[in-house]
Design a protein around this ligand. Structure first.
Ligand SMILES: [Mg+2]
Length: 409
């Protein structure tokens, strides 16, 4: 079998997605996700102009060789653009391998270690009561693990709560940012944030008890000593984990947070390789590794990261937001249900337009996600439907401190 064609599809069914479709001379094809939110066309250009010509005529079954060739063969290796492009190719090749074997991806990866993937969704609100109501609503839908975020008094824009021009999607009950021409700016201060978050969890535990699993996403906004204080002050509320407390550059600084607290820590959505993860794994500075399969070179790299993590008793919690496609979500769950050290899976409910363009997303039921037994990833791409939703330039929001200086969103 040889690769005959590499197609790159950019589509915006409510938000932008970049898909790689690899077609073989035997008629089999695979589709992978290469979406890098806010820089989509940089990845599309890397795929079309530089990577696609290198794939034509190759055996699509040699996934590891193609991975190494694209990663090391570029000489200028790594980074978000190249690793996202590589992820799209890698997922498409695994999809082809599954279809050629007549097996779902989880089976190729060693077979099921569990029936479904325990998953979490997001709860946010303008005040503690709104967050509590949101958690109660999600508990009624069967969720067992929930992320809780609350608006911080005196700030403009809080991660995970919703801000800017919002559009209510009637199909999935979700909200999406409109595709503004330029990034919106939010204002955030650590003082009010650090005072508010422990109070939020005091409220939630008081109202909802200890049975449910709750956690919080810092979104890389704190300094090491601020994160240490927050982790320590959250200890009485027994979080499932504290997500992304520090910037991705600050790997050694996790020692400061770790020494201060027994609150479990999760990190990794901004990492691009197993080498980014290494110090946190080998020093056991975190409890959950949460890379984004679409930004680390795909399934091939995720399997290796999971295996390294397993040796250090660290579980996985792969990134699963709405800005990666159903193909990436399916890849997440195929890995989740085939490894021994799976922890939890982030999920979103996609709107109808996304299902129309990319059918086959994992199915949610009573707190768990399930993938189909169809060969490969179990997802597909409707190219005709994709054309109905042309690309729209969009950016993630940006954040500044009250004095106007740049901060991390
Ligand atoms: Mg996060």
């Amino acid at each position: 079998m040889k690769i005959k064609e590499v197609r790159v599809v950019v589509t915006c069914p409510t938000r932008n997605y970049v898909l790689v479709k690899i077609v073989t001379d035997e008629g089999l094809y695979g589709v992978g996700d290469a979406t890098l939110n806010g820089r989509e066309l940089a990845v599309a250009a890397a795929l079309k102009e530089h990577i696609a010509p290198l794939l034509l005529g190759r055996d699509p079954g040699c996934i590891e060789d193609i991975w190494q060739y694209l990663f090391r063969g570029s000489y200028w290796r790594g980074g978000p653009v190249q690793m996202t492009a590589l992820a799209g190719v890698d997922m498409a090749l695994w999809d082809i391998k599954g279809k050629a074997a007549g097996m779902p991806l989880y089976s190729l990866l060693g077979g099921k270690t569990r029936a479904g993937a325990l998953c979490y969704t997001h709860c946010g609100g303008r005040d503690f009561k709104e967050v509590e109501d949101s958690v109660r609503a999600k508990l009624a839908e069967g969720f067992k693990v929930l992320r809780a975020q609350v608006a911080i008094p005196g700030t403009k824009g809080t991660y995970g709560v919703g801000s800017g021009k919002m559009k209510k999607n009637k199909n999935a009950g979700m909200k999406f940012l409109e595709q503004d021409a330029l990034p919106q700016e939010e204002v955030w201060e650590p003082g009010p944030y650090l005072r508010t978050i422990p109070q939020l969890f005091e409220h939630l535990r008081g109202a909802l008890g200890e049975e449910l699993e709750l956690f919080h996403d810092v979104h890389e906004r704190l300094t090491p000593i601020q994160a240490a204080r927050l982790a320590k002050e959250l200890e009485p509320y027994h979080l499932f984990f504290l997500e992304d407390p520090l910037r991705p550059e600050h790997k050694e600084s996790f020692r400061v947070v770790r020494r201060a607290s027994t609150t479990p820590l999760a990190m990794g959505e901004l990492f691009h390789s197993k080498w980014d993860c290494l110090p946190l794994l080998t020093e056991q500075l975190i409890d959950f590794i949460r890379c984004d399969l679409s930004h680390i070179g795909g399934i091939t790299e995720a399997k290796k990261i999971a295996a390294i993590a397993e040796a250090f008793h660290i579980q996985t919690a792969w990134h699963g937001p709405g800005d990666i496609s159903p193909h990436a979500h399916a890849a997440n769950v195929h890995v989740d249900v085939s490894i021994p050290n799976f922890g939890v899976q982030e999920m979103v409910a996609f709107p109808e337009e996304v299902h129309e363009v990319m059918p086959g997303a994992p199915v949610y039921k009573d707190g768990y996600l399930f993938v189909s037994d169809r060969p490969g990833l179990g997802t597909d791409l409707n190219e005709k439907a994709a054309k109905k939703y042309p690309y729209k330039r969009g950016y993630l929001p940006t954040t500044r401190r009250a004095d106007g200086s740049v901060h991390d969103w």
